[in-house]
Write a protein that binds this ligand. Structure first.
Ligand SMILES: NC(=O)c1ccc[n+]([C@@H]2O[C@H](COP(=O)([O-])OP(=O)(O)OC[C@H]3O[C@@H](n4cnc5c(N)ncnc54)[C@H](O)[C@@H]3O)[C@@H](O)[C@H]2O)c1
Length: 326
């Protein structure tokens, strides 16, 4: 039996805490939200993030990072990518040289376009290796035992296997790879492309158009990932194709919904103000593509709409008219 520190008691942190505890391990679940921790302590519930789920008794709420990380075999970061660097800074004094770190947040750092594993390596003077998780796992489904598969990447294959052993069970499958760049880029870029798939819904295009754009998305993700050191087959698996399907086709996905609202002219500014839509920042990867000379016309189209205020429906129509496999 192992002890795992889960940092962040939102949707995904709580779902993973439940899985890990159900597998027989102990979880020290930390959050900045004291009301969430109190409800877990008093009622074994986290109604803010995963209503209806009774948390396992082996999930212990923790009010300090020190308490959560002390004696933990693994530090699992489950916070939005925009706060990974600051959380790593706060956690650094409590992470020791034999303690591996697993990040499940999806995204690149906004100003630098750095991957989360790169940030963690910069901010943590000591750690026992860095791993990341990608793939199609909607927290609410995962927490309720819906059969799900993810992929864990670490440069050290043995670490990826150790994490697989801790997380995997009969309904939760964990593939492993050493392709950190491929998993992280797929996990981030699919959020941007899901906005384009949502735009198809908002504009009233059919399944043909969504499938067309999904295949263009996949080709662009594979090209960009490869130029940045990832393996194309990672993009054609769980971390790219799999995650693009859940994010681009699930009606509840925030990235898809933003795209739909953009093209149907409905309250998208209000939606952006009240929701974290990670695809908005992910579009900035178009700067990387530009610098490396990688052709990503669809990513540029999404960027133009989201960041340069180009008219959504007209910009998408122009893309569909001018696109050529040439
Ligand atoms: N929800 C999912 O289905 C899912 C699946 C796979 C991966 N992810 C990824 O996991 C990450 C977290 O997603 P989520 O859906 O759990 O988010 P969430 O909004 O449900 O939870 C976010 C958590 O981060 C904490 N947090 C926010 N700001 C913080 C700060 N400044 N310092 C410390 N903690 C802070 C919150 O208290 C909360 O515990 C995202 O990057 C997301 O892409 C989510």
């Amino acid at each position: 039996m192992r002890t795992v520190a889960v940092l962040g008691a939102g949707n995904m942190g709580t779902a993973l805490a439940q899985i890990i505890a159900g597998n027989g391990h102990s979880v020290r679940l930390w959050s900045i939200e004291t009301d969430v921790l109190e409800e877990i302590r008093d009622h074994r519930l986290n109604t803010k993030y995963l209503p209806g789920l009774t948390l396992h008794e082996r999930v212990t709420p923790c009010w300090t990072l020190q308490e959560s990380l002390a004696d933990a075999w693994l530090a699992l970061f489950s916070v939005p990518s925009s706060v990974v660097r600051s959380l790593a800074r706060d956690a650094a004094p409590h992470i020791h040289g034999e303690q591996p770190v697993l990040n499940v947040g999806k995204g690149l750092e906004e100003d630098t376009n750095k991957r989360m594993s790169e940030l963690l390596d910069e901010e943590l003077p000591r750690h026992g290796g860095i791993a990341v998780m990608g793939g199609p796992a909607i927290a609410s489904e995962l927490a309720h035992g819906v059969p799900t598969a993810v992929i864990v990447a670490a440069a050290d294959a043995e670490l990826a296997t150790d994490i697989q052993d801790t997380l995997q069970n009969e309904s939760f499958k964990v593939e492993t790879t050493t392709d950190l760049a491929g998993v992280e880029l797929g996990s981030c870029l699919k959020n941007a492309y899901a906005i384009a798939l949502g735009m198809c819904d908002g504009a009233g295009y059919g399944t043909n158009t969504k499938a067309f754009l999904a295949s263009v998305s996949l080709a662009e993700m594979a090209r960009l990932s490869q130029a940045l050191g990832g393996q194309p087959q990672t993009i054609y698996g769980l971390a790219g194709l799999g995650d693009l399907i859940t994010t681009g086709f699930n009606p509840h996905s925030r990235n898809r919904t933003l795209g739909e609202k953009l093209c149907s002219g409905r309250d998208w500014q209000e939606f952006l103000r009240t929701n974290t839509v990670e695809g908005v920042a992910a579009c900035r990867a178009r700067d990387l593509a530009h610098r490396l000379g990688v052709a990503t016309p669809l990513l540029h189209t999404i960027y133009d709409v989201v960041h340069l205020d180009r008219p959504p429906e007209e910009t998408m129509r122009t893309f569909l008219r001018d696109f050529s496999y040439g």
